[in-house]
Design a protein around this ligand. Structure first.
Ligand code: AMP
Length: 502
């Protein structure tokens, strides 16, 4: 196929709206590729429709933008747009008709970084390389991208975006290896960090997970069609059967001859992100062989055992606190009730580019249900406290609704360190638990009492064993500061500002 592929880019609308910002300026902040969802299909003439559906199921992983790239045997087709999948990839739309082909990959993206042209950041990235067209979508975050980017620019690479992912494309383009898979392996051996990738090249769909397996990537099948997805909920929506998760460091190559699996990297201890269980994955997904819903309920049960208190009701902070609150109520025997009603027409609170927008979104998102809480001693259960914005507002809302006592219980340990592997957390100076003790946070958010689950309790709930080198291991750096993958010089907990990340 060398040289035969023709790259057809369907330009995103509204390119004319782009400001005069400089997408090449990396000086103001480190920028990261965060909280994304990826999906891939090989072997269906409906590849683009399956991908749109898969991305729709993965919308919770990124709401800022979405893109799909397809390959029809001779040409690539792409559509990328800001906004939700449903708004931009409607079944009968012209865009979907143009996305022809039996291979497709797609990507949901987290929010825009401050002053960068957002359209240039939308994945999948696609380019015409020496061997033909190449398209790539990434969930995760590379920790040595800044250094690699600088040296690539120094030696002549022209970057189109500020994304760490684009580094991979340039490394593939420059590799001296013969085959596209060897070029990709060559590129990935130079990068550090977390990645789950889906790629299209030479009539192949390729999926890869980093050697620590930090981010999820699952393989599925529907008749003769192969699928790759960040989470199993995206396979469910298209009627595909989950086959298995890719192993840490595994690369699968799918073409008309079937599936081939390679393990091109040195084996590393698995370090799946524990926060996927706490918050990030959808509760109906099964990730790394564990159902997210049951993991969350079990965390709630453990939390009740660790920090039980007398109260009349257990109230979840919807939606992410619901399974843990159910587990808390079940274990404690305290009735569960809906004291907060969530407006579903507002996106995830956290996924907003700045603090002002976040504060407003919190107000728009939750409202008290006085009929349930008036005169009651309540236990509020949420999945995490990051800056404290949500808890502060919800505790005060419960008091205004007449709650007699408000006890807050958190289904994760205190978040004390930023994530560098693909989950959006602010810099350490904005993490309330890095700045205050638990008692101080309780005062700050106005709660009568506050408890977080312990790290050991979290492991017990998810993996049925305390945190121990012989037990299943996770990446828990946001709670412990123990980063399993080396951080490049300059990536210190305090320096990085994720507040304007993607
Ligand atoms: P905060 O209001 O800053 O304390 O953030 C905590 C709230 O944001 C919780 O209710 C979580 O459900 C949600 N949350 C926590 N971590 C994240 C994240 N990385 N991305 C999006 N939302 C998050």
């Amino acid at each position: 196929m060398r040289g035969l592929c023709q790259l057809v880019l369907v330009k995103v609308e509204s390119m004319g709206l782009l400001g005069s910002t400089n997408p090449f300026d990396m000086s103001d902040t480190d920028r990261f590729h965060e909280e994304c969802g990826v999906f891939g299909v090989f072997g269906s003439e409906e590849a683009s429709i399956l991908t749109a559906l898969g991305l729709h199921a993965l919308q919770h992983r990124g709401q800022e933008a979405a893109g799909i790239v397809t390959y029809d045997g001779s040409a690539f087709h792409a559509h990328r747009a800001l906004g939700h999948v449903g708004e931009n990839f409607g079944a009968d739309s012209d865009q979907m008709r143009r996305l022809r082909g039996h291979v497709a990959i797609g990507h949901n993206r987290y929010s825009t970084s401050g002053n960068v042209n957002p359209y240039m950041e939308i994945q999948p990235f696609s380019s015409e390389l020496a061997f033909g067209g190449f398209a790539l979508a990434h969930n995760g975050n590379l920790t040595n991208a800044t250094r690699l980017r600088a040296s690539l620019i120094e030696t002549g690479s022209l970057f189109q975006s500020s994304s760490d992912t684009e580094v991979i494309v340039h490394l593939v383009a420059r590799s001296h290896q013969e085959s596209v898979t060897d070029r990709l392996i060559d590129a990935l051996k130079q990068i550090e960090g977390a990645y789950s990738l889906v790629c299209v090249a030479n009539d192949m769909l390729i999926g890869v997970r980093d050697p620590y397996g930090v981010r999820p990537l699952i393989l599925g099948q529907r008749d003769d069609t192969w699928l790759l997805a960040s989470e199993s909920c995206a396979l469910d929506i298209v009627g595909a059967t989950p086959v298995r998760e890719l192993a840490p460091g595994e690369m699968v190559i799918i073409d008309k001859n079937g599936l081939q699996s390679l393990s091109p990297f040195s084996a590393m201890p698995s370090r799946f992100c524990i926060f996927e269980y706490i918050y990030f994955s959808r509760p109906d997904s099964v990730v790394e062989g564990r159902g997210v819903y049951h993991a969350r309920k079990s965390i709630g049960g453990e939390l009740a055992r660790e920090s039980g208190i007398e109260a009349d009701l257990v109230i979840p902070v919807p939606d992410s606190g619901v399974p843990a609150a159910l587990g808390y109520a079940e274990t404690s025997g305290i009735p569960f009730d809906l004291g907060i009603i969530r407006n579903h027409y507002v996106g995830r609170t956290f996924i907003q580019p700045n603090q002002k927008d976040r504060t407003d979104s919190v107000k728009l998102k939750h409202n008290a249900n006085p009929a349930a809480v008036n005169g009651k001693r309540i236990i509020l259960v949420d999945d995490s406290i990051v800056r404290g914005t949500t808890s502060r507002k919800i505790v005060s809302m419960m008091r205004k609704a007449g709650a007699a006592e408000v006890h807050m219980r958190i289904a994760s340990p205190p978040t004390t360190h930023p994530c560098f592997y693909g989950v959006d957390t602010p810099s350490q100076d904005q993490l309330i638990a890095a700045q205050m003790s638990v008692a101080e946070i309780a005062r700050e958010i106005g709660a009568d009492s506050l408890s977080f689950i312990s790290v050991d309790g979290l492991y017990q709930a998810i993996a049925d064993a305390r945190r121990h080198p012989d037990a299943p291991q996770f990446c828990d750096a946001c709670f412990t500061g123990e980063y399993p993958i080396q951080l490049a010089a300059g990536l210190s907990a305090n320096k990085v500002s994720h507040g304007s990340g993607r």
